[in-house]
Write a protein that binds this ligand. Structure first.
Ligand SMILES: Cc1cc2nc3c(=O)[nH]c(=O)nc-3n(C[C@H](O)[C@H](O)[C@H](O)COP(=O)(O)O)c2cc1C
Length: 189
C-alpha cells in the first residue's frame, strides 16, 4: 500500500518560521504509513487577479493546485497577522479555491494549526482559515493547536515542549491521516 500523502502549507514565508517548525513537529507525530511534504511555493504566487485566472494557469498557481490535488490530506499552519490570516496564505487559498466549486480542496481533509509569538497561539487566524476552508468546500477538521510564545515552544529535536500541546498535535494529525487514508482509499473503510 502506498503512503498517505499529507501536504503542509505554512502561512509564513520567512526562513526561521515557527509555523514551518510546527509543520515539522506535525511530521514527527504522524502515524507510520503517512508522510508530510512542506509546500515551498507560496512566495511565487502572483496576487490573485481574475484576469490571470485562465487556462493554462500561471506556473506557480498550477503547482499549488497540483500539490493540493495530489495530496490525500493537507495541514495548514498559520501565523496571526493583526488578528487574521497573513495575506500570502489568504492569496494561496483564493487561488486554490478556483475553479469553484470543483477546486483542488473540494472534499479534501484539512487540519489547521497555528503558532504566534504572542500568548494566544494564533487562535483567531486558525478560526479564519477554517472559515475560508469551509467556504472553499474542504473537509475541515475540528480543533486547533494554539502554539503561543512560539519562540520558546520547540525543543532541540523539533518537538513541542508543552506535553498537552504535543499530545493534541499527535491526536490531530492522527485523525487527519485516518481521514486522508479513507479519502484516498474508500474501499478500505
Ligand atoms: C504584521 C504582523 C502582525 C502580527 N500580528 C499578530 C497578532 O495579531 N497576533 C499575534 O499573536 N501575533 C502577531 N504577530 C506576531 C507573529 O505571530 C509572529 O511574528 C510569528 O512568529 C509569525 O509566524 P512565523 O514565525 O511562522 O513567521 C504579528 C506579526 C507581524 C509581522
Amino acid at each position: 500500500m502506498s503512503a498517505i500523502r499529507i501536504l503542509g502549507i505554512s502561512g509564513s514565508l520567512r526562513r526561521g518560521s515557527h509555523n514551518t517548525a510546527l509543520l515539522r513537529a506535525a511530521a514527527l507525530s504522524l502515524p507510520s504509513g503517512a508522510e508530510l511534504e512542506v509546500y515551498d511555493g507560496l512566495r511565487d504566487l502572483p496576487a490573485y487577479d481574475a484576469d490571470l485566472d485562465v487556462e493554462p494557469a500561471d506556473e506557480a498557481v498550477a503547482h499549488l493546485r497540483e500539490a493540493i490535488a495530489d495530496a490525500d490530506g493537507v495541514i495548514v499552519a498559520t501565523p496571526e497577522f493583526n488578528g487574521s490570516i497573513p495575506g500570502a496564505l489568504k492569496n494561496a487559498l483564493d487561488w486554490a479555491s478556483r475553479p469553484f466549486p470543483d477546486n483542488a480542496f473540494k472534499g479534501k481533509p484539512v487540519a489547521v494549526v497555528g503558532a504566534s509569538t504572542g500568548l494566544f497561539g494564533a487562535v483567531w487566524a486558525q478560526a479564519e482559515v477554517r472559515k475560508v476552508l469551509g467556504i472553499i468546500g474542504a473537509d475541515g477538521l475540528d480543533g486547533e493547536i494554539p502554539v503561543g510564545q512560539a519562540h520558546m515552544a520547540f525543543d532541540d529535536d523539533g518537538h513541542l515542549v508543552e506535553p498537552d500541546l504535543r499530545d493534541a498535535l499527535a491526536e490531530l494529525v492522527g485523525v487527519l491521516a485516518a481521514r486522508a487514508g479513507a479519502a484516498a482509499d474508500p474501499q478500505a473503510v
